[in-house]
Every structure is written in C-alpha cells, then in structure tokens.
Design a protein around this ligand. Structure first.
Ligand code: IPM
Ligand code: MG
Length: 364
C-alpha cells in the first residue's frame, strides 16, 4: 500500500511528521512517498500543484495531506495560490465526498465555547459535496456589467450549479453513512431563495425513497447555522453543498473545543481518498512546535479505515489518542487548568508510546 505524503505549508510539516511517526510504529508494510504541495511547491517549482505531485497522488492508494496557505501568497494570481493545490487535487482525483466528523471528546467537553451540557457526547458527521457548486461552476470572472443595478460598471461573478448526478451520488453517500450511525440525515439547502438548492432538495428527496429506514429532514442553511449552536446533538448526518459545507463544517468544528482535533476524508467513487486535518496551515504558529498534531494523526486513522481496509489499526490509533487525552496531555489549543501543556512532538511521542503499550498487551 502506497501513501502519498503531502505536508504542505505552515504547521503542515510539523504535524505530518507526527502522523508519519504514528503510521511507522504500526507494522503495516506501508510505503510512503513525500512531495511538495502548496506554497512550498510554488517556491520550489513555480506551481502549487506540480505535475509530479499530482501524479504521485494519482498513483498512490491514499493521500495524507497537511495544510496549505500563507498570507504572503495572497497577492499571487489566483492560479498560483496555495489553495489551488487542494482544489486541484479534489478536482483531478474526483474527490466529491467530504466527510467532516465533529466529535466532542469527553476529556475536552470544557474546551468548547458552548456549555458542556450542549456538547457532551456530541458526534455528528458533516458530509460536504466537494467538487461542484459555486466553487467550480463556470462561467466565472470579471467583466463590464451589461445589466443589473449598475450597467457599465466593473463586476465579478461566479456560478452556482449542480447537476442531478452530482446531487444523487452525494445523497447516496449520506444515506449510506447514516445507516452505519443513527439513521438520520439533515439536508441543508437554501431552497427558499436559490434555484440550485430547490433542485438539490428535490433530488435528495427522490433518492431518499431508496432508504426508507433512514429519516430525512430539510433545513435552510441559516437555520442550520443557528441550530448547530443551539442544539447540536439533534443532528446525526448533515449533507450539503460545497460552499455551505465549507462554512458549517468550521462552525461544527468549534463545538468540539478545537478544530485542532478534527480529521477529514475526501473520497472518490471507489473510496480512494485524501485525508487531511480540518484546520489550516496556521502560519502564525508555524515553526514553533506548538501545533496540535492530533487531527492529522486521526486523519491517518480515517485513511486506514476508509481507503486501506485496516479498521483495527485505525481503532488502535483512535484509542491511543483517547488515552493520551485521558492522561491529561494537551497542546495549547485544548489546554485547560489542571492539564499538562505539551508541544507538537511530545504529543506525537505520547500517541506512539500509547500504541506501543497496547501492542505489547495484545501480543502478550
Ligand atoms: C476547506 C478550506 C478550503 C475550502 C480552502 C483552503 C480552499 O477552507 O477545506 O474547508 O474552501 O474548501
Ligand atoms: Mg473551509
């Protein structure tokens, strides 16, 4: 099994080093190959997603991705900005199904900005469509307006669009995921205003007929944003479009205390995937050795489960993470009174140590 390792920018390299350490201790005969992506690739090769990196990602069984981006690239033309690397990988690898779980670990209930009783035991799954919507819709650009409020003025535009098959396949993913959980899907739309999302709602409703054992409800995105902070535990699986999913998944992440804890998976139709922490490259803390590596370590666990068919190894990593939290180790983002603040490397070492211990117990 070959894994493409793409650390990227900012804290990407630091957190990836810890995840690779964790993978190496598992004894799984994994082959890894590393490549530059994002700003780092732009510096070295003049492009955020060089051919060689894309080819490695295509040829690997799975991709483990750190994070990309830095403010210093904000003035580059759009096609050369680090974010294009992740958008390009999603597009070229056909990664249309993005899983963003928001789980509130028992040990971190007090790290959330919401009252503990609202988030204790929270376990929701946001499924975001990842290769369509206004992110990729054509046409887009700048031009002189020929109509609208100011004809003759300079304007910019993007296109929100979804085809029926695009909605159908993500709806199937959501209903099937719900079957493995609490059998409830909330489809988030803006059908009261947007044609695209009236269509979304209609198609999701049609697909639902094939899943009578799963409950479906529909919610407007503004209401969903509100319900997420009012009664988050009422959700099970949330399925939505690319842009609404981008926004709601950051909101859901904060319910859990820290975005530094959350892994994600982006899958194609054959369950080949790219796995990345939900957080970004955090250039403000890069190089300081204080970033939380747990989201990347947990992304590696998701990779073992979804793409590499190693559910036991995945479960071992997840329980090692839980035991490290129970032992009171915390990076700065999840630290609270009475726990021990550690750096990136110490956190990674602790997970490795917990894994080695459980290995000895199961083998012994
Ligand atoms: C995410 C990020 C990306 C997105 C950016 C970096 C292009 O915010 O993965 O949520 O908007 O999809
Ligand atoms: Mg985002």
């Amino acid at each position: 099994m070959k894994i493409a390792i793409l650390p990227g920018d900012g804290i990407g390299t630091e957190i990836m080093a810890e995840a690779v350490k964790v993978l190496n201790v598992l004894d799984l005969k994994l082959e890894t190959e590393q490549a530059l992506v994002g700003g780092a690739a732009y510096e070295a090769h003049g492009h955020p997603l060089p051919e060689s990196t894309l080819n490695l990602a295509k040829s690997a069984d799975a991709v483990l991705f750190g994070a990309v981006g830095d403010w210093k690239y904000d003035k580059l033309e759009r096609q050369l900005r680090p974010e294009q690397a992740i958008l390009g990988l999603r597009k070229h690898l056909g990664l249309f199904a993005n899983f963003r779980p928001a789980i509130c670990y028992e040990q971190l209930t007090h790290a959330s900005s919401l009252k503990p009783e609202l988030v204790a035991g929270l376990d929701i799954l946001i499924i975001r469509e990842l290769t369509g919507d206004i992110y990729f819709g054509q046409p887009r650009g700048r031009r002189v307006a020929i109509d609208g409020h100011f004809p003759g003025a300079e304007e910019a535009f993007d296109t929100m669009r979804y085809s029926k098959p695009e909605i159908e396949r993500i709806a199937h993913v959501a209903f099937q995921a719900a079957r493995r959980r609490n059998k409830k899907v909330t489809s988030v739309d803006k059908a009261n205003v947007l044609e695209t999302f009236q269509f979304w709602k209609d198609v999701v409703t049609e697909v639902h007929a094939q899943y009578p054992d799963v409950a479906l409800d529909h919610m407007y995105v503004d209401n969903a944003a509100m319900q997420l902070v009012k009664a988050p535990k009422a959700f099970d699986v949330v399925v939505t479009g690319n842009m609404f999913g981008d926004i709601l998944s950051d909101e859901a992440a904060m319910l859990t205390g820290s975005i530094g804890m959350l892994p994600s998976a982006s899958l194609d139709k054959n369950n080949k995937g790219l796995y990345e922490p939900s957080h970004g490259s955090a250039p403000d803390i890069a190089g300081k050795g204080i970033a939380n590596p747990l989201a990347t370590i947990l992304s590696a666990a998701m990779m073992l489960r979804f793409s590499l068919n190693q559910p036991e190894a995945a479960a071992r990593i997840e329980s090692a993470v839980r035991s490290v939290l129970s032992a009171g180790l915390r990076t700065g983002d999840i630290w609270s009174e009475g726990t021990r603040k550690v750096g990136t490397r110490e956190m990674g070492d602790a997970v490795v140590a917990a894994l080695v211990t459980t290995t000895t117990i199961t083998k012994g």
